[in-house]
Design a protein around this ligand. Structure first.
Ligand code: SAT
Ligand code: MN
Length: 592
């Protein structure tokens, strides 16, 4: 008698018609074999899938070049297929589930002829955690298979967990012919199923990541009473050795990864890394909020990463505990076989190939590395990895941090009045676009909780769900908002950022332990100037004052913009959020 997993895989074998089926056991030996296959047999675009990097300076590291049209998530081809459009919400593309499946099955028919179907059995979360979920993904890409080994907890033991229950999240992936018009990522939340075709890129193809751990998981959380969030998880240690835990959601290009591995500028303080992208938040038996990071690896943006911006990431990349580390679409120095990217500590190589394999030297105008080039590395290679990373219960959360990139208006840090007001702050989160995002520079994009592309159901219902979680918590975390990017009248950043952000984290921790008072304003609690630890930092009093300034007279446009944004959610917008909006609106109108 075959098990539910075997039955499901057998059906896919008939549909996709691979030459071979390879069930992964998750061992290092197997990963080494697969890397060999990627170097010697499997091809992408006529090139080997992997090439070896300098094993002396970058041990266990391999290079992968994607198809040049396959370098990022494709939101316009990503669908959330609930049985009706309203459940999916204005924040997602919708397709009728039956039509979506027919479309995908058509694409999958015979798509693995001449290829191997890799069967990956893995857990999101520590298998011993009550919050972990068992998953199975099939793929015909050895790059995807190896990436999943880094990003998840993979192995045959997962099959024992699933047993006869048939309780597992399913992922079907084929790289297809990489034609951008035949590239689809379909989610079926009620079935716990993701179908992906035509891309090998992280968020499109590593189905345990954004597809399952955010889109599908957020729906499971809605039904089961927990939250799947686009958040880092960190521990903040004080000089006495007490560690408090926080989660943070920041839009892209706001230093999220740097914060996850922050190197403290304050002596005696230390940040421990638990997660750099995704957090699952559950209410523990004691009524507190607990976080686990369902992932086991980091899929980080390479350009801009250096000893100056993120020393702990650079150290992680040189560590060789876990096999392997991958580099995708960076440049390569052909004299040293080392990866390189814009913003790297090493000077630009004189003799390199760029991310598309073309000869490159510093006189070439185009960038050597793709702006979204990435490394894929196990979190266990990180020198600041928390000893709680595998704690099945997760870590108790004292603070939730939202943030954005705002040149004006928003103080360096402030604290919400209470849970509902904190959810309001998350819901109006927004960031001014940078050159990296292909939008007008400086325009404001609202991205509630940094979840807009990742919430697997109607975002109005999602806001209500946040409200209901708050009601169930006995000791809700405090909610903060940060903005490292406020500028002065000359357009210069007023706050040094990076390792100095520990000063802000320190203030938050003092607030959560009731050790510091704060100034009440219409937008929330702002620190008293003397309460931010500026020791060793030469910051003029005047600057600090401006960093904390709240000038309601300047908020008229902001509140109108929030109103327009909220309008999109129609009747689904919870009454609690409307109330928070109206309170702030009244204060602003009063000040004008
Ligand atoms: O979605 S990924 O995690 O692959 C990266 C991204 O945010 O685009
Ligand atoms: Mn992310």
């Amino acid at each position: 008698m075959s098990t539910p997993v075997e039955k499901w895989v057998a059906e896919l074998e008939v549909l996709c018609q691979p030459d071979k089926v390879w069930w992964f056991n998750g061992s290092e030996e197997e990963a080494k074999k697969l890397i060999r296959i990627g170097m010697e047999e499997e091809k992408l675009n006529g090139n080997p899938v992997f090439t070896e990097l300098n094993q002396k300076t970058y041990p266990n590291s391999y290079y992968h070049r994607s198809h040049s049209n396959d370098v990022a998530r494709t939101e316009q081809l990503t669908f959330v297929c609930h049985d009706n459009k309203e459940k999916t919400g204005p924040n997602n593309n919708w397709m009728d589930p039956k039509a979506a499946k027919e479309k995908m099955n058509g694409l999958y028919k015979g798509c693995m002829k001449g290829r191997t179907m890799y069967v990956l059995t893995y857990m999101m979360g520590n298998p011993d955690s009550p919050y972990a979920k068992a998953c199975v993904q099939v793929t015909d890409s050895c790059y995807v298979a190896i990436s999943m080994r880094i990003m998840t907890r993979m192995g045959k033991h997962v099959l024992d967990k699933i047993g006869k229950s048939g309780n597992f999240v399913k992922g079907v992936h084929s790289i297809g012919d990489l034609h951008p018009e035949r590239r689809f990522i379909m989610h079926f939340p009620d079935e716990g199923l993701v179908m992906s075709f035509g891309s090998g890129y992280g968020g499109n193809a590593l189905l345990g990541k954004k597809c399952f751990s955010l889109r599908i998981a957020s729906w499971l959380g809605y039904k089961e009473g927990w939250l799947a969030e686009h958040m880092i998880v960190i521990g903040i240690e004080d000089p006495k050795g007490n560690i408090s835990y926080a989660v943070a959601a920041l839009p892209s290009a706001c230093g999220k990864t740097n914060m996850a591995m922050l190197q403290s500028a304050l002596p005696g303080y230390k940040v421990w890394t638990l997660g750099d992208d995704i957090a699952w938040l559950n209410i523990g038996p004691d009524g507190r909020l607990y976080a686990i990071n369902p992932e086991a690896g980091m899929f980080g943006v390479a350009p801009g990463t250096s000893m100056k911006t993120n020393p702990n990431m650079m150290r992680t990349l040189k560590n060789n505990k876990f096999f392997p580390t991958l580099y995708t679409n960076t440049a390569v120095n052909v004299e040293t076989d080392e990866p390189w990217w814009e913003g790297h500590d090493d000077p630009a190589p004189k003799n390199a190939v760029d991310w598309q394999g073309r000869k490159w030297d510093p006189s070439v105008k185009e960038k050597a590395a793709h702006p979204n080039s990435r490394f894929t590395v196990s979190v266990s290679n990180c020198p600041t990895v928390s000893k709680e990373i595998n704690n099945p219960k997760g870590v108790p959360i004292s603070a939730i941090i939202f943030g954005g990139r705002r040149s004006k208006l928003i103080p360096l840090v402030y604290e919400s009045h209470d849970w509902n007001h904190g959810v309001f702050l998350g819901s109006i989160m927004g960031s001014e676009t940078t050159a990296a995002a292909a939008h007008t520079i400086g325009s404001l994009r609202r991205d509630p909780m940094a979840m807009l592309p990742f919430c697997g159901y109607n975002m109005g219902d999602y806001f209500s769900h946040w409200m209901s979680i708050g009601k169930k918590l006995k000791q809700p975390p405090k909610i903060f908002f940060v903005n490292w990017f406020r500028t002065d009248e000359n357009g210069k950043y007023m706050w040094p950022g990076f390792g100095d952000n520990i000063r802000v984290l320190k203030w938050m921790m003092e607030r959560t332990h009731g050790r510091k008072a704060a100034k009440e304003t219409a937008i929330g609690y702002v620190p008293h100037e003397e309460d931010l630890d500026l020791s060793g930092l030469n910051l003029p009093k005047e600057t600090l004052k401006k960093l904390f300034e709240v000038n309601l007279k300047e908020w008229e446009n902001e509140i109108d913009d929030i109103n327009a944004f909220y309008y999109k959610f129609g009747d689904k917008l919870p009454a609690e959020l409307k109330k928070e909006y109206e309170k702030l609106d009244k204060e602003i109108r009063k000040s004008l």
